[in-house]
Every structure is written in structure tokens, then in C-alpha cells.
Design a protein around this ligand. Structure first.
Ligand code: KIV
Ligand code: ZN
Length: 518
């Protein structure tokens, strides 16, 4: 609990599942979004922007299901300045304990002229109409003047004043194209505070994109100038170069209390888990030198640094790894560990599995413990994620073998898949073992989806580590990410490919697997 006054509290608004998902390839399915929402709520995030309900039935369903699930955070849905958008957002948010409609309209000369093809006066009237209409559904209305940082100041002040008069309770100033510079962006917030007569009736929020690498700096400068909500995403996921990274914002607030005397509600020890979840789900790898969550963020390689660290960790460490939830890789369970210990371990790691999933995961854990000398927390997490990811799959890998090496110019894969309960077999050759494996899958499940990404990541160190593979497939402009984990990289790859196909099937709802290429 914070000891500071409410005036120093910064509301953390997460838009990983809305703006974050807008990055090409970063699609998440309902199950994945529910898991992310759970983790965000556990972390203490104040507002979760769960999607753009009118954008697709999938977005509507995600906002609606998250609204049912989440109890402590406010759940928010995005809407353009139209009655249809606002009604759809309000419908999706109906089950929410606390629901917010976030409506937006461009106000910069460029956007008004070319994107909206509207006169400023029309924009002004439309924003009043949309906010007034949204107020019929909830008192919690956020309004954003899109491209706010490139909007003429007089017009921005008029619009913001009118938006608050119409009932907006949060005014979010977006740097939509990541154009602002910190001093300039802070001055914009100061200008609004000085010139908009009713500004004290709303919370000022900021939403910064990272095109110039300044999203976090701009957000923090705005907080110093009086903004009290920051919109951000886990790992900085988002359109183009992304949004302000939540982990960087909250750790800057926590670490530099001397200069930034503001607090957030976020329990920073959950950061690493959230980062791994979002990266694993989207296939967007975190760069090793990324602040806070990169693999090297707390690694000290040089002898001088290591020496300093041993004498006093503060010599080279401004935050502790524990403060972001990064603990030593723990050796957990061995092959003699029982179901009870396994269940307790899962609880510690934040998993709450039903009986069937628990049985599957336990069986896989036993198999893994037979293969791998040391089983770590990360192994258990990868194994459980892998089991959960596959729960509703219509196509399952039954068996897989591949023949490859210097003596096999054309590697050959033998594959058995269970498709809607029926086991089918195929063999195929390829340029390499992965190509052969994927060709065998294609022989059993013909399709025309394009492979956009194939990525392997080692869960722990050592040559006996599990491989975690992500496969991204694209079909008709829609992409899905499949995941697979196994100590055998070929098996993990085949599982990931099959998982991606299952997700494509769900997107097409109720089609027979053989009709994937139709
Ligand atoms: O970047 C942007 O302007 C947005 C708005 C919808 C807030 O994402
Ligand atoms: Zn944005």
C-alpha cells in the first residue's frame, strides 16, 4: 500500500491486448488473452484495455470474457466516435464489475483533412456527440484526441474542454506517431493544465508510441508535468516500434523515487512472469539487452563489474533481480517427486489446473524427469504451458520420427496425427528435418497458410534443455502463433506447427481439417 497521497498515484493502463495486438503477427487467442488478463490483474494493473469490440467477433468475445473474469481491475473497450462502435463496446463490457469505454477521434490537421476528411467543426461536434452517447452506458469514459501531439493547441484545448463537459472522466493525450520529444510533450501537458478551465475534473493520461525510442521518456516527462495515467504494454509491444513498456515505467517510478515521487499499484515482482507470457504467446522475442526484462538486464560479465558486485551489489545494480521477479533458476523436483509436490509447485508458479490438465502435465513431468537430469521452474512452466496450449486441439501429434544427418541428403519424416479422433499416417522428405516434418504435416492436413516465423528458444541452459518453438502461420491476412516444447527440437517444432494449424482451424470455426486450404 502506498503511503503517498492519491495525487501522486499513477494509474497504470495496460493496452497489450489492444494496441499490442495491433502489431503484425502478435495475435492472441481467447484462451491466451484470458491468461494475460489474469496475470495483469494479479500484478495490480489498474485498467486493462482488452480489445476493440467492433473490430471482430473475436475481439468482442475477448472483451466480454475478460469483463466476466476480472474483478479488481477496470476493463476497457475501445470505440471510434460512432454510436455503433460505442454500443458494441458497451455490450461487450456489460458483465464488467468496473467497465470503461475508451472513445477516440483524430484532431490533428493532417488526420482531420486526409484520414477523416472532416472540418474541425464537424470533429468538435462529433466528439461531443460520441461522449454524450457513451455516457448513457457508463460513467467511466476515456476520450483520446488521436494524433494529439500534432494537434494545434487552441483546437486541442477547445476539444478537451468540450470532452470533459460532455462527460469524459479521463483525457488521454496520444503521441500516436511517436513524434514527441520529452520536454515538448511535458510542455503540452502543462499547457493543457494551464489553459483548459475544467481540466481538474478529469485525469490526464498519456499514450506514447516508440518510433523515436522515446515512449517511456515522454510518458515519464508527462507524469512530472501532471499526467496521472500512463498507457503502456508489456515488453513495449505495439504498433510499429511499439508502445511505452510498462516494466520500464513502473521500475523507473520505483527506482527513482528521489526524482519521480509517484507510485503505481503494480507489484513489480510479477514483471518477469508477465513478460515471458506475452513474449511466448506472441512469438515476439525480447532482445537480450532490453531494459528490465532482457536476458542480460541483470547479468554482469566484466571482471571489474563482477568484483564490484561481490563487494557491494549497489556498485553496479540499481534494482535487484528479485524486485522484477527474477529469481535464481531453482532446481525443483526430481523423478521421485509425487503428484502432491507437483501440484504445490504449480501453485507456487501461479498455475491452477483442472484435474485432467494436471494429470497430463504430471505424466509429462515424469517423462521429462526421466530424460533430463535437472528439472527447473522454467521447465515446469514450459511443460505446463505446452500442455494447456494443446487442451482443445483437434489435431494432435501421436508419433514422429525423422531420419537426417550427413548420410541422408533428403531427410525423411514419418508422422502420425490424430485428426478429430482418427489416427492418420504420412511420410515426407524435405531440404532438412524441419522441412520434412512440416511437409509430412501438410500431407495429412493440406493447407495454403504461409510460414511467417519459425523460432527456437532454449528454456534453460545446457544441451539437455527443452526447446520452446514458435511457428507463425498466415492465411488470408490473419496470422496465428503456435507453440511447442520438448527436449527434442524436432518434436517441439512439429507440435508448434500443428498447434498453429489448430488455431487456424479455430479461426475458421467448425470447418473440417481437410478443408483448411479451401
Ligand atoms: O496511438 C493512438 O493514438 C491510439 C489511440 C486509439 C489512443 O492507440
Ligand atoms: Zn496507440
Amino acid at each position: 500500500m502506498s503511503t503517498m497521497s492519491d495525487s501522486n498515484r499513477v494509474i497504470i493502463f495496460d493496452t497489450t491486448m489492444r494496441d499490442g495486438e495491433q502489431s503484425p503477427g502478435a495475435s492472441m487467442n481467447l484462451h491466451e488473452k484470458l491468461r494475460i488478463a489474469e496475470v495483469l490483474e494479479e500484478m495490480g494493473v489498474d485498467v486493462i484495455e482488452a480489445g476493440f469490440p467492433i473490430a471482430s467477433p473475436g475481439d468482442f468475445e475477448a472483451v466480454n470474457e475478460i469483463a466476466k473474469l476480472v474483478k479488481n481491475s477496470t476493463v476497457c473497450g475501445l470505440a471510434r466516435a460512432s454510436h455503433a462502435d460505442i454500443e458494441r463496446a458497451a455490450d461487450a463490457l456489460k458483465p464488467a464489475k468496473r467497465g470503461r469505454i475508451h472513445t477516440f477521434l483524430s484532431t490533428s490537421p493532417l488526420h482531420m483533412k486526409y484520414k477523416l476528411q472532416m472540418e474541425p467543426e464537424q470533429v468538435y461536434n462529433l466528439l461531443i456527440d460520441s461522449i454524450t452517447y457513451a455516457r448513457k452506458f457508463t460513467d467511466d469514459i476515456e476520450w483520446s484526441p488521436e494524433d494529439g501531439s500534432r494537434t494545434e493547441h487552441d483546437f486541442l484545448c477547445r476539444c478537451v474542454e468540450a470532452a470533459i463537459r460532455a462527460g469524459a472522466t479521463t483525457i488521454n493525450i496520444p503521441d500516436t506517431v511517436g513524434y514527441a520529444i520529452p520536454e515538448e510533450f511535458a510542455a503540452l501537458i502543462t499547457m493543457l493544465k494551464n489553459r483548459v478551465p475544467n481540466i481538474d475534473k478529469a485525469i490526464i493520461s498519456v499514450h506514447c508510441h516508440n518510433d523515436l525510442g522515446l515512449a517511456v521518456a515522454n510518458s515519464l516527462a508527462a507524469v512530472k508535468a501532471g499526467a496521472r495515467q500512463v498507457e503502456c504494454t508489456i515488453n513495449g509491444l505495439g504498433e510499429r516500434a511499439g508502445n511505452a513498456a510498462m516494466e520500464e515505467i513502473v521500475m523507473a517510478l520505483k527506482t527513482r523515487q528521489d526524482y519521480l515521487p509517484y507510485v503505481s499499484n503494480v507489484k513489480t515482482e510479477h514483471i518477469t512472469k508477465a513478460s515471458r507470457l506475452v513474449s511466448g504467446t506472441t512469438g515476439f522475442v525480447v532482445q537480450p539487452n532490453k531494459a528490465i526484462v532482457g536476458a542480460n538486464a541483470f547479468a554482469h560479465e566484466s571482471g571489474i563489474h563482477q568484483d564490484g558486485m561481490l563487494k557491494n551489489s549497489q556498485t553496479y545494480e540499481i534494482m535487484t533481480p528479485e524486485s522484477v521477479g527474477l529469481t535464481e533458476s531453482k532446481l525443483v523436483l526430481g523423478k521421485h517427486s509425487g503428484r502432491h509436490a507437483f501440484r504445490e509447485k504449480l501453485k507456487d508458479l501461479g498455475y491452477d489446473l483442472g484435474d485432467n490438465a494436471l494429470n497430463d502435465a504430471f505424466k509429462r513431468f515424469k517423462d521429462l524427469a526421466d530424460l533430463k537430469k535437472d528439472v527447473f521452474d522454467e521447465d515446469i512452466a514450459a511443460l505446463v504451458d505446452d500442455t494447456v496450449v494443446r487442451t482443445n486441439d483437434r489435431i494432435k501429434v501421436v508419433s514422429f520420427e525423422v531420419l537426417c544427418g550427413t548420410n541422408h541428403r533428403n531427410p525423411k519424416a514419418e508422422l502420425e496425427l490424430e485428426i478429430d479422433g482418427e489416427v492418420k499416417r504420412a511420410s515426407a522428405v524435405g531440404d532438412g528435418p524441419i522441412d520434412a516434418a512440416f511437409n509430412a504435416v501438410k500431407a495429412l492436413v493440406p493447407h495454403k497458410a504461409n510460414l511467417q516465423l519459425y523460432q527456437v528458444h532454449a528454456v534453460t541452459q545446457g544441451t539437455d534443455a527443452q526447446a520452446e518453438v514458435t511457428v507463425r502461420l498466415e492465411e488470408n491476412g490473419k496470422s496465428v502463433n503456435g507453440q511447442g516444447a520438448d527436449t527434442d527440437t524436432m518434436v517441439a517444432s512439429t507440435k508448434a506447427y500443428v498447434n498453429a494449424l489448430n488455431k487456424l482451424l479455430v479461426k475458421r470455426q467448425k470447418t473440417a481439417p481437410s478443408a483448411l486450404s479451401a
